[in-house]
Design a protein around this ligand. Structure first.
Ligand code: DAH
Length: 352
């Protein structure tokens, strides 16, 4: 029949007929044999209806071939996608047993498990809770002022660049008096919100998700977990920071773990530091220094922007990435594993 097609109208009519036939046939296929029969009828190499129609393209008037070919390709792509989807549907169904080979053993051995980042986060929270810290939460959609301005970022700081920050569309959302204008790039704005709402002494821990305009590759994710800490009181010094964070490191990584503090820079702390711990990651490379957090004494400008008297009060803060800490603890080398929800990966943490 296809060989008699010589006009665009006839070509399109046949194309529509095949499309309708595919729409009936493919979703109806209840098993692999029915699906294979549908595939042969539609796109089989010898007698498939689309295959045959394709050979008649050359019999159309030259000026109509282009249009006919475009329509043909659209339908063929759609039919092939539908066949593929049906194949996946049947494979998934047979895996759970609905249409399975009745001699297959049931899959009763799947075990639920906690996510490695949740496991680590729980442990971090437990350690700081014992040291008198309570949990504080803040919004993920945040105002620029909390995310940057109140934290002493200069107006032209590169972190505010469109390349790093996910800005939300012009403000229709409001939180109190502030228009919401971005996805927070760190958990540090929770420092400001806490300082505004509570009087010192303050010791809080702020876990949460933060967002960056970043590639998704082995070492970067556009959304990831952070854990912020803040301690404010009268007479707090850098010695308190070192003592508390070293105590934390020894609880988490083991008694006797060595720590060291190196200079760093953050607009909201002065001085700023990075803390390293000496650990053996079990990768055969022995002990080495691993940077696990940024920290420092809270900049007086941050206290003042939240209405706290910086002559009377001082304090320290830190920020770390539970994802990176989980990766170092469990020897995970690709950050994407933390987001894939692959049971074969997650099952390994059932015992933790
Ligand atoms: N907010 C910083 C970031 O996202 C991390 C950080 C560093 C937080 C030092 C702190 C701190 O509280 O003191 O990169």
């Amino acid at each position: 029949m296809a060989s008699r097609i010589t006009t665009l109208e006839a070509f399109n009519a046949e194309l529509e007929r095949i499309q309708a036939r595919a729409q009936g046939l493919v979703p109806e296929a209840g098993d692999a044999a029915a699906l294979e029969a549908a595939r042969v009828e539609l796109v089989g190499r010898e007698s498939g209806a689309l295959t045959a129609l394709g050979t008649s393209l050359g019999s159309l008037p030259k000026e109509q071939r282009r249009e006919a070919g475009q329509g043909f390709n659209l339908v063929r792509t759609a039919v092939e996608a539908a066949l593929e989807a049906a194949r996946a549907r049947l494979a998934a169904a047979s895996g759970t047993g609905a249409l399975a080979d009745p001699t297959m053993p049931p899959r009763t051995s799947w075990r639920g498990s906690r996510h490695p980042v949740s496991i680590v986060l729980d442990e971090l929270e437990d350690i700081f809770r014992e040291l008198g810290f309570t949990i504080a939460l803040g919004p993920e959609a945040e105002h620029e002022w909390y995310n940057f301005g109140a934290l002493n970022f200069p107006a032209d700081h590169p972190a505010m660049d469109l390349h790093d920050t996910l800005y939300l569309g012009a403000g229709t959302l409001h939180h109190g008096d502030h228009a919401i204008s971005l996805l927070r790039t760190h958990t540090s704005p929770v420092q400001v919100r806490t300082l505004q709402s509570y009087a010192p002494p303050i010791r809080i821990l702020a876990p949460g998700t933060v967002y960056r305009r970043d590639f998704f590759d082995a070492t970067h994710a556009p959304a990831f977990a952070q854990l912020e800490g803040l301690a404010i009181d009268e007479g707090i010094s850098f010695a308190d920071l070192k003592a508390t964070l070293t105590l934390f490191a020894r609880r988490f990584y083991g008694a006797g773990t060595r720590t060291r503090f190196g200079p760093s820079y953050f607009p909201f702390t002065e001085p700023s530091a990075q803390m390293e711990v000496e650990v053996d990651l079990g990768d055969g490379r022995g002990n080495r220094w691993l940077e696990i957090m940024g920290c420092g004494l809270v900049h007086p400008a941050v206290l003042e922007s939240a209405g706290i008297d910086s002559e009377r009060y001082s304090g320290w803060a830190f920020g770390m990435g539970p994802g990176r800490i989980a990766m170092s603890r469990y020897g995970i080398t690709d950050i994407r594993l933390l987001y894939d929800s692959d049971v074969r990966f997650l099952e390994q943490f059932a015992a933790c």
